[in-house]
Design a protein around this ligand. Structure first.
Ligand code: SF4
Length: 334
C-alpha cells in the first residue's frame, strides 16, 4: 500500500470547498422536508456534473427526438429549450447551427436518413479483406489486482473477433474470456496473436479505446510490441462514418455510439441483453473472476457460468453488430 498511496496536505483546497457548505446543507434539508418537489425547469443541470437519476421522470414530457439530443452543444439546446423549442424539428431555420446539427434538423424534418454516399464509398474502399472485427472488454480498479499494475490501469479480460473474407461470406467467430484470478493479459495477447493473420483491416468501433488497450499491452509485454505496432497500422474505425455524420438517422438521437447506430441502421439492438454495456461487463467480470475479499462469498459455479455466457454474448454482439452495420452501409451505396 505504501507504493499505492501518497500523503499530500490539501487542507487549503478543502477549506475552499467548505465555503457555503453549511448554507447548502440547510437549503437541502429544507427542500427534503417539503411535501412536493420545487418547481425547477429541466436543463443543463440535469446532466452536469452527472446525469440525474430523476431524468426519466422530469424529462418525460419531452418529445422523442427532443432538443437536448442536439449534437455537441448543451448551451444551444438549453437556449432553444428556454425559447420554447422542445423538438429538434422545430428549430427555426435562421438559428445558427453547425454542420452536424443542420443534418439533425434536416433528418428530423424529412424523417429520412442523411447519407453521404461518396464519403461512405471512400470508407468502404479503404478496407482490405479479410476483415477482422475486434472488440475488447476491460476493467480498471483503483486498487490494482495484479503485480506491476498502476491504479485505474485498463486491463483487458475479454475479446471477440469476427473474421470476414468477403462482405457476404459467413463470418468466423472467436473469443477469449479470462478465467480465474490471475492477470489475464498475456494469455489474451497470445490467444489474439494466433487469430490475426498478416494482412487485412482490423475494424473497431471508436478506435481510441482499442488503440489505448493495445498500446498499454505493448508497454507491459515488450515481446509483443512489434506485433502490436503492426496491428495498430491496420486499424480502421467504423465509428467514423457515423461520428462524421456521413450517415445519420434521427433515431440515433444525436449519438454515433454503436448502441444507437446498430438499431438505427439494422434491425438489431442491445435491448433485453443481460449485459448490455461495457461498464456492466467489467462489473460482472470482477464479480466472477475470483479476486475476493475473504469476507465476500463467491458466486456459485452455475452463476459464474451464466455470467460468462452473458459476457460472451455481449462482446460477440459488439463485433457481430459491426458486420451488420458495415453490410448496411455497403447496401446504402450499391
Ligand atoms: S432531472 Fe434531476 S436535475 Fe433535472 S430537474 Fe429533475 S430533479 Fe432536477
Amino acid at each position: 500500500p505504501g507504493q499505492l498511496f501518497k500523503k499530500t496536505d490539501i487542507t487549503v483546497e478543502v477549506n475552499e470547498f467548505l465555503i457555503g457548505i453549511e448554507d447548502r446543507i440547510e437549503e437541502m434539508l429544507e427542500v427534503a422536508a417539503r411535501t412536493s418537489p420545487p418547481e425547477i425547469l429541466i436543463g443543463k443541470h440535469c446532466n452536469e456534473p452527472y446525469s440525474c437519476p430523476l431524468k426519466d421522470r422530469c424529462w418525460r414530457f419531452l418529445p422523442d427526438n427532443h432538443i437536448f439530443n442536439l449534437y455537441g452543444s448543451k448551451d444551444k439546446a438549453a437556449e432553444l429549450f428556454n425559447k420554447g423549442v422542445l423538438s429538434i424539428k422545430d428549430i427555426p431555420d435562421w438559428y445558427n447551427l453547425n454542420f452536424k446539427q443542420k443534418i439533425q434538423l434536416e433528418c428530423a424534418k424529412t424523417e429520412k436518413p442523411k447519407i453521404n454516399k461518396s464519403e461512405i464509398l471512400k470508407f468502404i474502399n479503404s478496407l482490405e479483406y479479410p476483415l477482422y472485427f475486434l472488440d475488447f472488454e476491460t476493467f480498471s480498479t483503483a486498487i490494482p489486482l495484479y503485480e506491476g499494475v498502476r491504479p485505474y490501469q485498463i486491463i483487458p479480460f475479454q475479446y471477440s473477433i469476427h473474421i470476414l473474407d468477403a462482405i457476404d461470406s459467413q463470418p468466423s467467430h472467436y473469443d477469449f474470456l479470462a478465467e480465474g484470478a490471475e492477470d489475464p493479459r498475456e494469455e489474451l495477447l497470445l490467444n489474439l496473436k494466433y487469430k490475426i493473420d498478416e494482412t487485412g483491416s482490423i475494424i473497431v468501433y471508436y478506435e481510441s479505446f482499442e488503440r489505448g488497450v493495445l498500446k498499454e499491452l505493448a508497454e507491459a509485454f515488450p515481446d509483443y510490441s512489434q506485433w502490436i505496432d503492426s496491428i495498430l497500422t491496420r486499424i480502421v474505425d467504423l465509428y467514423k462514418p457515423f461520428g462524421n455524420f456521413h450517415y445519420y438517422h434521427s433515431s440515433q438521437k444525436g449519438s454515433a455510439s454503436v448502441k444507437n447506430v446498430l438499431p438505427a441502421i439494422t434491425d438489431l439492438s442491445y435491448e433485453g441483453m443481460e449485459i448490455a454495456d461495457g461498464m456492466a461487463a467489467s462489473v460482472y467480470f470482477l464479480y466472477i473472476c475470483g479476486n475476493y475479499d475473504i469476507n465476500e462469498s463467491r458466486p456459485a459455479k452455475e452463476e459464474v457460468e451464466k455470467v460468462r455466457k452473458s459476457l460472451i454474448k455481449y462482446c460477440g454482439m459488439d463485433t457481430g453488430g459491426m458486420i451488420h452495420i458495415l453490410r448496411a452501409l455497403v447496401k446504402e451505396v450499391e
